[in-house]
Write a protein that binds this ligand. Structure first.
Ligand code: SF4
Ligand code: SF4
Length: 165
């Protein structure tokens, strides 16, 4: 049996050999796509505002009285990427403990949200921040100064969490 010989059904007819109908069909498809709604954005001029369910970089909640964190260390223990380092100190305030050092290595973080889930104080939450650019490895290690975000800016996420807790 000769395998290289085309069967009758595999052979192209006259119009198929010209390719003109296929070119016309391709152009029609392109034309139709031009009038469909567009999903691309002119970033960064046109920015995307995520929903409360979005998991951007983890941040610490900052209230008027200071950070909510009581330095219990649970987030650090649960983090699968070992990205969080917490050191606790004593305070005269009612909550008694606070983090003297709180760092998240954003090169390690996998945005799983486990730290947020385990926190008993709603002190660490996943923000809407998705623009992360680092010039060096040290830049990617976020300390308290970079992590603390006013509670007013995190309302969407906190409300989302309360719906599912
Ligand atoms: S989001 Fe996940 S990986 Fe990132 S710091 Fe929290 S627990 Fe660790
Ligand atoms: S952020 Fe929450 S879980 Fe992590 S140390 Fe502070 S209070 Fe504990």
């Amino acid at each position: 049996m000769n395998n290289t010989k085309n069967t009758e059904s595999e052979r192209m007819n006259f119009w198929e050999k010209l390719y003109i109908p296929e070119i016309a069909r391709g152009l029609g498809l392109t034309l139709a796509e031009m009038f469909k709604p567009k999903f691309t954005r002119q970033y960064p001029e046109e920015r995307w505002e995520p929903e409360g369910s979005y998991r951007g970089r983890p941040v610490l909640v900052n209230e008027e009285s200071g950070e909510r964190c009581v330095a219990c260390g649970l987030c650090s223990r649960v983090c699968p990427a070992l990205a969080i380092e917490v050191q606790a100190g004593e305070t005269e305030r009612e909550k008694e403990r606070f983090p003297t050092k709180f760092e998240i290595n954003m090169l390690r973080c996998i945005y799983c949200g486990f730290c947020e889930e385990v926190c008993p104080e709603e002190a660490i939450v996943m923000s809407k921040d998705y623009e992360l650019v680092f010039q060096s490895q040290d830049d990617a290690i976020m300390d308290k100064e970079k992590l603390l975000v006013p509670v007013a800016q995190l309302q969407d996420r906190l409300e989302f969490l309360r719906q599912y807790r």
